[in-house]
Design a protein around this ligand. Structure first.
Ligand code: GDP
Ligand code: MN
Length: 403
């Protein structure tokens, strides 16, 4: 589960980090009121209006059909109103959203933190994630903040630093000092950076995050270190420990079909191919997708019905697959290890009966426990289902169905 920038920044603040302060608004009027409050509270003349969507690249992204960037500076209330009007209700297209973009329903009105002062402002990149190779958490950080870190890594890899933290030992002071030093800081900014890194680590650990990224992390002209942006990805498997974080979920940002599938305990990921697939077990599902590709089709989805697939769940899965207009054939590939094939077959028959006419060919491969009973069930039902025993036969059937 991902959080919005404003939610992630609040969590950072709670854990001791300084952030660019802001107020969320859902209408242009609220945005103007927010700008006024920020002016009074933080004495900031300018504000920045930032679209809240679950994707980065907003600063360079554009609202569809306009020239409005997803993040924009405003120096008076009229400008705040104008920008918020352009953003709210618009569809923001960025490098990360893909061409369909994401609808903006909230903006964060934030204080301008790039004010002139005694020294230069400087943007850094800071993130933390799990390094599966070493079984440790790793900070990835760079002096080259504010831009695409992938590009920095490609063209100037020497500017991307890493610092591994053993979870059984925790973050040590010498590590935060080393990082602040590698970022070229001294004096007060150095001290502030070590505090900021500790707050970042605390946020990551206490939320069971899978990733926290701050880009840019800013050194202000008066040597404060603060988060201008923050992306926080939470580990779904740990969410049961965090009801407060689960409450931050924004269903508008999720694919409604994936949400519905998750509620039915189906592991479903929408893809853009033409062969729908229903499989039990993630590994077999991956192999099935490869097989579809090899037979000249491309998978319309990943779908793992789980080890305890029952008739109800199979029907739900069919309905979800059929909602995709690109689907030209459906391949059901079940290996009955724990699940009984006849139960799945019954699900297919029931689904057929209750959905009515299924407009695309269905290829079924059922192997394992009660496979024979399953085949009988399907044959007796009179359904137009092509059944296959071997994986290779199933692939051939898919090819024929697409021809
Ligand atoms: P992203 O494009 O989705 O990563 O959104 P960010 O929150 O990182 O903002 C994009 C860019 O807007 C930043 O890299 C900054 O250069 C700029 N920006 C953000 N806040 C301010 C601000 O307070 N003042 C000024 N002048 N620029 C800002
Ligand atoms: Mn950013």
């Amino acid at each position: 589960m991902n959080l919005h920038e404003y939610q992630a920044k609040e969590l950072l603040k709670k854990n001791g980090a300084v952030i660019q302060e802001g107020i969320v608004a859902t209408t242009p009027e609220e945005a103007v009121a927010a700008a006024q409050t920020l002016k009074e509270k933080y004495n900031s003349d300018w504000v920045v209006v930032k679209s809240q969507i679950h994707a980065g690249g907003r600063g360079k992204g554009k609202i569809e059909g306009t020239d409005q960037n997803g993040v924009a500076l405003a120096k008076n209330h009229d400008k705040v109103k104008e920008i918020s009007k352009n953003l709210l209700g618009g569809v923001l297209v960025t490098k990360q959203t893909g061409p369909t973009g994401k609808k903006v329903t909230k903006v964060l009105v934030a204080q301008d933190v790039y004010y002139p002062g005694e020294s230069e402002t400087k943007e850094f990149y800071l993130s933390m994630l799990l390094d599966r190779g070493t079984g440790k958490n790793v900070f990835i950080y760079s002096t080259e903040g504010g831009m695409d870190i992938e590009e920095v890594a490609e063209h100037t890899p020497e500017k991307v630093h890493k610092e591994w933290v053993d979870p059984s030992v925790g973050l040590q002071d010498f590590q935060t000092r080393k990082m602040a030093f590698n970022l070229g800081l001294s004096g007060n900014a150095f001290k502030e950076m070590t505090k900021f890194i500790k707050a970042l680590y605390k946020t990551y650990m206490s939320t069971d995050a899978s990733m926290v990224e701050i880009n840019p992390c800013l050194k202000t002209s008066d040597n404060k270190i603060l988060a201008v942006d923050c992306k926080l990805g939470l580990d779904d498997n740990a969410l049961y420990r965090h009801p407060d974080l689960l409450a931050l979920r924004d269903l508008n940002e999720e694919d409604p079909t994936e949400t519905e599938a998750a509620d039915a305990e189906l592991n479903y990921v929408k893809l853009d191919g033409n062969v729908g697939c229903m499989v039990n077990g993630a590994g077999l599902a991956m192999a099935t997708m490869d097989m579809i590709q090899l037979s000249g089709g491309s998978p319309a989805n990943f779908l793992d019905v789980g080890g305890t697939a029952n008739a109800e769940r199979v029907e739900k899965a069919f309905r979800i697959i059929l909602r995709d207009p690109n689907v030209k054939a459906i391949l059901v590939n079940i290996f009955g290890g724990i699940v009984r094939c006849d139960r799945v077959a019954q699900g297919i028959v029931d689904a057929y009966k209750s959905i009515g006419d299924i407009p695309v060919p269905i290829i079924v491969r059922l192997q394992g426990t009660n496979a024979k009973e399953a085949k009988e069930l399907i044959d007796k039902s009179g359904l137009q289902v092509r059944s296959a025993i071997q994986l290779k036969e199933a692939a051939e059937e898919v090819k024929k169905a697409l021809a």
